[in-house]
Write a protein that binds this ligand. Structure first.
Ligand SMILES: Nc1ncnc2c1ncn2[C@@H]1O[C@H](COP(=O)(O)OP(=O)(O)OP(=O)(O)O)[C@@H](O)[C@H]1O
Ligand SMILES: [Mg+2]
Length: 495
């Protein structure tokens, strides 16, 4: 909170007459601004549509200022040192020539004074005509310290009414606070209160409630999907190169502040290229489990809109949400489909969204780790492979015999079959060229047959099923070997 106040104070002392404070929390903004006004030693006014301009600590409002034009005129003419907060401002309200002219007058009047005119409003975007006049500043989400204070407050408040037990150690509390990041203070308060009131105990189980609150927040935009994570790296056979890369960064991810102090930035992301069905999507999910971070999947179908500029805006909004959720994993599956190149039929929309994505990759704020996957390098824009976008580009190849045996074992165990009853090495040896997905499919179809007959999965049946399968690596031998040749030298092996 100290930092925010300090930053705002600096902003208002310097030559910024009108500031758009971008936040979903107008009440929190008001509290902060009131505090800043106090620090600056200037009066604090709020303006709302229903009450007009009201000076803090005084009963009545300034006569006739419910009309925003009158209010702005008053501010422009008053020429005193003061901080004005205009709440609930809408785009429609600003899209008016006279209003814009008055805002410019206010900017001039306040530019060399202590104080400013600050506007906030839900989802407010500024009209073109005000771009150069109004400074945009974002109100950062609540800090860990603010959340910690909030947690104490909620527990105290609820325990006045009923017995409350706080059953968490320091590590768990830290995790809870981390999970709350991305929510506004108000949302965090609601979530915590619900978690405490429900059973009178706050413990590690309540992390699930926090996840629910975040899910509904994330999915509002229709582009990101909050994906529950069941996969873990233990359920992924091989991919040792990739796993070891991850494990070298786990400490940085778990202790980002300490890492930053040591000059180690949060990892940016990886691109997983490779043969279909060999575990790219599975690995993306496992990263989230391994690092204990929420997983947001980008759904490209929610991105595109027939109105000009909307697609880019949807994308921007989604990235804002991702940043707000940080630390978080952003998963873009089949990225070549999300940002296809060469398609002129969509009027260049996907090209523009791609541009937006690439610049976001460069300038993103907050700890967002991107995991992108792709099968078809031909359709992948070359920009993706340029150094600096991703930390590493991995190539995921077909599993070798030992890995195939391991994949069979993982999926038999998953289906409650006893893997020791199966000649895994022998089966695996006979499955040259099979992908993980094809091995899993064979087990699934034998399981169906077994279920129909009321028995268990039989080794002979599995062996027969595998023999009948014609793997993709045979039917698509040409493109797969082309992909391998391409990957050589350009990528690092994930296997
Ligand atoms: N290395 C592996 N270990 C365990 N299971 C695997 C492995 N590779 C693939 N599988 C199994 O195959 C299924 C399909 O894999 P996944 O969807 O991750 O492949 P993919 O590389 O993303 O394929 P696509 O390119 O078709 O999207 C997984 O759900 C998993 O059950
Ligand atoms: Mg996939």
């Amino acid at each position: 909170m100290k930092d925010v106040v300090h930053d705002l104070e600096l902003l208002f002392r310097s030559r910024h007459g009108v500031v758009h404070l971008d936040t979903a929390e107008e009440e929190r903004a008001r509290g902060l601004l009131h505090h800043v006004a106090h620090e600056l030693g200037v009066p604090f006014f709020t303006w709302t549509r229903s009450r007009g301009l009201v000076r803090a600590g005084q009963p009545g409002g300034v006569y006739g200022t419910e009309d925003p034009r009158q209010a702005l005129e008053h501010v422009a003419q008053a020429s005193i040192d003061a901080l004005y907060h205009f709440q609930g401002v809408s785009r429609a309200g600003l899209d008016d020539d006279l209003v814009m002219a008055l805002v410019r007058d206010c900017a001039r009047a306040l530019e060399n004074r202590r104080g400013a005119l600050v506007v906030t409003g839900a989802d407010l975007s500024l009209p073109e005509g005000l771009r150069g006049v109004v400074t945009r500043s974002a109100l950062p989400g609540p800090t860990e310290q603010e959340l910690r204070t909030l947690l104490g407050q909620v527990v105290r408040d609820v325990s006045e009414r009923r017995h409350v037990e706080l059953d968490m150690d320091r590590e768990e509390i830290a995790r809870l606070l981390r999970h709350l990041s991305g929510l506004t203070l108000l949302e965090a308060e609601k979530t915590l209160t619900r978690a405490v009131v429900e059973d009178g105990v706050l413990n590690a189980d309540d992390l699930g409630l926090v996840a629910d609150a975040k899910r509904s927040l994330v999915e509002q935009g229709g582009v990101l999907e909050y994906t529950p994570v069941e996969a873990s790296l233990a359920g992924v056979a091989d991919l040792e190169g990739f796993k070891s890369w991850l494990s070298h960064r786990t400490a940085v991810v778990r202790h980002p502040d300490r890492a930053r102090a040591a000059g180690l930035p949060f990892p940016r992301g990886v691109l997983l290229l490779g043969v279909p069905g060999c575990g790219k999507s599975l690995a993306a999910k496992a990263v989230a489990a391994e690092w204990h971070l929420p997983l947001l999947r980008l759904d490209p179908s929610g991105l595109y809109n027939k109105y000009i500029g909307e697609s880019e805006k949807n994308f921007r909004r989604a990235m804002d949400t991702a940043e707000r959720m940080a630390p978080v994993i952003l998963w873009i599956d089949e990225i070549e489909k999300a940002f296809a190149t060469g398609g002129s039929e969509d009027g260049g929309v996907s090209q523009r969204v791609l541009g937006t994505f690439l610049s976001w990759m460069q300038e993103r704020r907050g700890d967002v780790f991107v995991v992108a996957t792709a099968n078809d390098v031909q359709r992948l824009p070359p920009e993706f492979l340029r150094k600096g976008r991703f930390d590493e580009v991995f190539f995921v190849d077909l599993p070798d015999a030992a890995t195939r045996a391991e994949i069979l074992r993982i999926h038999l165990v998953d289906r409650d079959a006893d893997p020791d009853a199966f000649p895994l090495a022998e089966l695996a040896a006979a499955c040259e060229g099979f992908s993980g997905s094809e091995l899993e499919q064979a087990i699934v179809s034998v399981q169906y047959a077994a279920f129909a007959e009321g028995g268990e999965i039989h080794p002979d049946r599995l062996s027969e099923e595998l023999r009948r399968t014609r793997p993709l690596s045979v039917t698509m031998a040409e493109p797969i070997s082309a992909l391998r040749r391409w990957a050589e030298g350009r990528t690092v092996s994930a296997n």
